[in-house]
Write a protein that binds this ligand. Sequence first.
Ligand SMILES: [Zn+2]
Length: 179
Amino acid sequence: MALIPKTTEMLARDRRNPDRWHQVLPMDEFLRAAFGGRFKFGVDPDYEATLRIRTGSMFCWSCGAETRIVLYLEIAVGDKNVLITIPNLGEYPRASEMVRRRLLRHQGIGVIKYRFSGSQGRKYLSNGCVHCDSLIGEFYELDAGRDEEPLDTYQVRVADGWKEVIDSRGWQDTWSVRS
Ligand SMILES: [Zn+2]
């Protein structure tokens, strides 16, 4: 049998329990997959992921009014949970466009878009004030008081632009045989 671990750090006592392994399959099947290019790294694109949009409230540095921003996205796949902030999500245009559109359904939250930051000398995907649209800089996001409940929870297909996001956040250690 071919035994494929869930992580590189597997406890010795778990090695004897087939349920503790990520995948267990006959050796010939494993070899066919490996030579056929189906033994792959990272999250399986066929999976669905649960996305939770986590928000917080703060006072705008520019207009002084209270506004709500996205602190981070929580992405749950299988038994793993990874987090990504809006500026980091900006490196993945497909995923960030989906989130931007999803946020338009909600009132009272600033638009997610690329804004120019004078202090960083570059444009990046950012939160903005819901009242005056000023950039809420990524370091100021830390000042926001975190809301208890997620603003939104929904399912996405990993294949729809989320694989790169999830792999970049801690799925590096996972290999699997794809059908
Ligand atoms: Zn403002």
